[in-house]
Ligand binder design. Structure first.
Ligand code: SAM
Length: 300
């Protein structure tokens, strides 16, 4: 029986052996509780026919649990100091590939083609670096990367925003952007004590599952997200006021905005937080002809 990496004693031993010191700027909070790791992996329901992409293996605590259940793990680690550590800690597993690369700079479609052509499905399992949680998720979703799901640890506050329903304080453009593609639920809340060093915030594991069908027909997904982001720039203002300020030439073209609301029978005095994704889709379709401006980068 191989000893788990993630016990507090073994983690300390590994860190000392390699003279490793944590870099806060890279979101390095390592898991030191095998139970939490088992729970994360059981959420992902892995089989030997599943390929897994992991972001930020650290010293391999989660990687080894994934490797025991999945067919293959490809893990991206930005911090070169961790490569010799991982070579050491993960030497018992022959189904792990570590790639020294920033996940945000990675061609994910090429990775899937190269590593996972023979697997039935590909999922993401990760204890994410919290400073880049949203860009990482959106890279997979907007990039149309063919994954079936994600089981990912993040700041609880971000997980709450992602899973929020209309009419709640946490509901906003992030909820819409992610729920457009995925069913989202918080699988568990995780206390600070299972990390080394402990983060300043509460954490949660989020389970995202690909929706079989988009919740609404949209002319352009980027524009849907532009409209939903623009509708929340000042939460207490009406959606009409926010759109005037956020759409290109919105102030000069008030009448066109009003026409769009009229054409779909929607009250422009509503607030963004009351609209469902389907309603945002209708609104963005109605505004599209007059206001669409191509934007290449979506920063949530
Ligand atoms: N998986 C390990 C665990 O659970 O103990 C470590 C998780 S730690 C929260 C996040 C890891 O992501 C760190 O190892 C960090 O170096 C790495 N990381 C940070 N930014 C990254 C990026 N842009 N691409 C790939 N890895 C990154």
């Amino acid at each position: 029986m191989i000893k788990d990496i993630a016990t507090p004693i073994r983690t300390q031993e590994i860190l000392q052996k390699h003279g490793f010191s944590f870099k806060k700027s890279l979101g390095q909070n390592f898991l030191i509780d095998p139970n939490t790791l088992r729970n994360i992996v059981s959420q992902a329901t892995l089989t030997k026919k599943t390929g897994v992409i992991e972001i930020g293996p650290g010293i391999g605590a989660l990687t080894e649990h994934i490797a025991r259940s999945a067919g293959k793990v490809v893990a991206f680690e930005i911090d070169g100091r961790l490569l010799p550590v991982l070579e050491d800690t993960l030497s018992p597993y022959d189904n792990v590939t570590i790639i020294h690369q920033d996940i945000l700079e990675t061609d994910l479609l090429a990775i899937i083609e190269e590593h996972f052509a023979d697997y039935e499905d590909v999922v993401v399992v990760a204890n994410l670096p919290y400073y880049v949680t949203t860009p990482i998720i959106m890279k997979f979703l907007l990039g149309k990367v063919p994954i079936t799901g994600m089981v990912i640890m993040m700041q609880k506050e971000v997980a709450d925003r992602i899973t929020a329903r209309p009419g709640t304080k946490a509901y906003g453009s992030l909820s819409i952007a992610i729920q457009y593609y995925m069913d989202a639920e918080v699988a568990m809340i995780v206390p600070k004590t299972v990390f080394m060093p402990q983060p300043n915030v509460e954490s949660a594991v989020l389970h995202l599952t690909r929706k079989e069908k988009a919740p609404a027909e949209v002319i352009d997904e980027d524009f849907l997200f532009q409209v939903s982001r623009g509708s929340f720039i000042q939460r207490r203002k009406t959606i009409f006021n926010n759109l005037q300020a956020s759409l290109q030439d919105g102030k000069a073209q008030k009448d066109k905005i009003i026409n769009a609301f009229e054409s779909i029978g929607m009250d422009p005095g509503r607030r963004g937080e009351t609209l469902s994704i389907e309603e945002f889709a209708k609104l963005s379709n109605a505004l599209y002809a007059d206001f669409y401006v191509k934007k290449s980068n979506i920063n949530q």
